[in-house]
Design a protein around this ligand. Sequence first.
Ligand code: SF4
Length: 64
Amino acid sequence: MDSQKIKIDPEKCIGCGSCAAIADQTFEMGDDDKVHVIDPPGDDEATIKSAADCCAMQAIELGE
Ligand code: SF4
């Protein structure tokens, strides 16, 4: 999956780290306590989708 298709809403992200625990080749915590997308993302699409689904804040938006 292209990193451009993975959007994090920094207003919603609470920095819980759940997405990074599931897809650790795609999401990493920044010094600002928000998650950032690693470019290029290293996880397969299903793993990235699982990570996005697990976000309680729905801060991760996946494009087509
Ligand atoms: S699971 Fe959601 S709220 Fe938690 S770090 Fe990831 S994007 Fe942020």
